[in-house]
Design a protein around this ligand. Sequence first.
Ligand SMILES: Nc1nc2c(c(=O)[nH]1)N[C@H]1C(S)=C(S)[C@@H](COP(=O)(O)O)O[C@H]1N2
Ligand SMILES: [Mo]
Length: 262
Amino acid sequence: MKTTANKPQPVELSIEKKIKRRNFISFATFFVAGGAAFGGWKWLYNSPEEKAGITGGARQPLRRALNKTELFFRRIFSNDHVVKTYPKERAARVVRVNSDIGLTDESFDVSRWQLSLVKKKGEVLKINIEDLKALPKTEIVYDFKCVEGWDQIQHWAGLRFIDFIDYYQLHDQAKMGYVGMETPDGEYYIGLDMESALHPQTILAYEMNDKPITEEHGAPLRLIIPVKYGIKNLKRIGMINFSNQRPRDYWAEQGYDYYSGL
Ligand SMILES: Nc1nc2c(c(=O)[nH]1)N[C@H]1C(S)=C(S)[C@@H](COP(=O)(O)O)O[C@H]1N2
Ligand SMILES: [Mo]
């Protein structure tokens, strides 16, 4: 290795000059930022409060900022954000079973199951599993996450929700704010923001590990929505509807975050 001794050093500002310059910059920054902060605070203090409501009491500009932040996060965590996927070999062979609310009705018969698609109030379309299986199939292998603290790489397949929307001509419904889904007995129910429902990885699943979904995992049709925690992944879908108001949601009623996004 060569030594580099005796090389001329680059000319530098003297230490003292550097300190002076830094001090000037920090004082200037302090005054400008401080002034702006005070002005901003006065502006905020004098601005009207938003109307009373659930979030009532916050100054309007703050609420606007909060609403924007929420929208911003909902955007990134929905369509622009794709959940990490894995090769098939990484998928668990023994898939964890979590809970069975809405799956306990003794009279339920998978072979007679039909999906009720509520297009409008009073306009219900009944759909068979074969109808859905005839449409393009999409597979996904990803890390399924439950709020209770476990996760597992799982392999699911079915019809993308966005393809379902397209095939059943639900474009007007897709302009609404929310999708609601319930088990046939109405015991378990979820509400989804439309952006997450239309996410390209959201699937109406009928297969797990290349076989029809078993009853405990939600046969014949369950929701797989990788941008959300497990609680939103409704097993045994009986009904799907659309609305501009938040649909009822089982776990949100128990105090969990309505969006439960990842
Ligand atoms: N109908 C129904 N769907 C459900 C649940 C449930 O209790 N009933 N539990 C949810 C929760 S909390 C999780 S973590 C996943 C678990 O799905 P799995 O049993 O296939 O692992 O299903 C979700 N969907
Ligand atoms: Mo869960």
